[in-house]
Design a binder for this molecule. Structure first.
Ligand code: BMA
Length: 365
């Protein structure tokens, strides 16, 4: 009898299709753009690039990356700390009004915006770096300060919702909360909470912003620091494939110590392996050498890591930290001893600044 046989075979197919977890399709335009240029180059990003540099502040059109390398970065990093207190300026004195205006400008120029958030605790009012008291367990659902934490999240959501173009387009962006949770320096770090607690906090934060606040234009990056040696170790705090889009890592240390590049490469390989398996994107979400004290750091350290054959094909972006006129800088300013090296590094075809990124997007369309 052929009919029962066909039915059985069909049934088997249906069963197989149902038991296989569907591959999550990321439709966010950032994800599409990053996927479309993957293998052709790595986007270069810089925190606070459009608002101040080593020798200037709040001059529209300026950028230390542009001054040194001739073009804007393809990715703009921003910090939200202070928004939860309804401050007008973030914890690094950047007015939120400028951040909003310039993030939208960066988006309209073709770039990608990514936001970090170092909130003040609702439990004791202290900064993210104060680890004297435990905070996380108190802000989770059922915690003593959960309601107050929701107010903080509402303010973050209000800011994100305000990121709209004049045509009413909700600007897509990357959010990278609760990063470096494997370190001991933040109140969401290993000194103050368990992996389960930080996972729950991460899940709650994203579910609230996406499901309650409708921020579906957001991609989410997971970024522990470099304290892991295996994939299991890396995933210790991972909040889940349904929450995370970008498989990231912050890593200053390995790119500072002698021969640390090998470690950085190994760790990025773990991230890339996982990102490939899960159809996600991989990124070096924060790095840099404080005050670029090694004049060949860009080509010899960062360049060596990113030049690895797998990493150069699979990594989506790398971002260096901010150039504060008073505190520290991670990208050289004009005439700094490492300016030529940074320019040479960014001149490589595989490193994408804004124009490179825009051209590649056009070719792919
Ligand atoms: C740190 C330093 C601080 C800054 C914080 C948040 O790495 O740059 O000065 O306040 O990031 O941007």
């Amino acid at each position: 009898m052929i009919i029962p046989k066909i039915t059985a075979v069909l049934g088997l197919f249906v069963l197989m299709a149902c038991s296989q977890k569907p591959v999550e399709k990321i439709t966010n335009s950032i994800a599409e753009q990053l996927k479309s240029v993957k293998g052709k180059g790595i986007l270069f990003g810089h925190q606070d690039d459009l608002v101040y540099g080593k020798n200037w502040s709040y001059v529209d059109g300026e950028s230390d990356v542009k001054r040194v390398a001739g073009d804007y970065p393809a990715m703009f990093g921003w910090e939200l700390g202070g928004i939860e207190l309804q401050r007008t300026h973030n914890l690094d004195s950047v007015p939120f009004s400028d951040m909003k205006r310039l993030a939208i400008k960066g988006y309209l120029m073709g770039g990608i915006n990514t936001f970090s958030w170092h909130p003040f605790s609702v439990v004791n009012g202290e900064s993210s770096w104060n680890t004297e008291n435990d905070v996380v367990k108190h802000i989770l659902p059922n915690g003593s300060h959960h309601k107050e934490f929701l107010i903080q999240l509402d303010r973050v959501a209000d800011f994100f919702k305000s990121l709209k173009t004049d045509d009413g387009i909700a600007m897509p962006f990357i959010f990278r909360p609760w990063h470096e949770m494997d370190g001991t320096w933040f109140w969401w770090g290993t000194k103050n909470c368990t992996a389960e607690e930080v996972k729950e906090l991460f899940r709650f934060t994203i579910n609230y912003l996406k499901n309650k606040k409708g921020l579906t234009q957001m991609l989410v990056a997971y970024s522990p620091d470099r304290n892991f040696t295996t994939l299991d170790g890396y995933l210790t705090w991972y909040p889940g494939d349904d929450i995370v889009d970008i498989i990231g890592m912050d890593n200053y240390y390995d790119l500072k110590i002698q021969d640390g590049e090998k470690e950085a490469v190994k760790k990025l390989h773990l991230l890339i392996g996982y990102a490939k398996e899960k159809h996600k994107l991989a990124a070096l979400t924060e790095t840099g050498l404080e005050n670029v004290s090694d004049s060949l750091w860009f080509t010899k350290k960062l360049g060596k890591v990113l030049g690895d054959s797998l990493i150069s094909k699979e990594l989506s972006y790398v971002m260096v930290w901010r150039n504060d006129p008073k505190v520290h800088f991670f990208f050289p300013y004009e005439n700094h001893s490492s300016a030529t090296d940074a320019r040479n590094f960014l001149d490589q075809p595989e490193m994408l600044l804004l124009n490179d990124f825009n051209k590649l997007k056009k070719i792919n369309n």
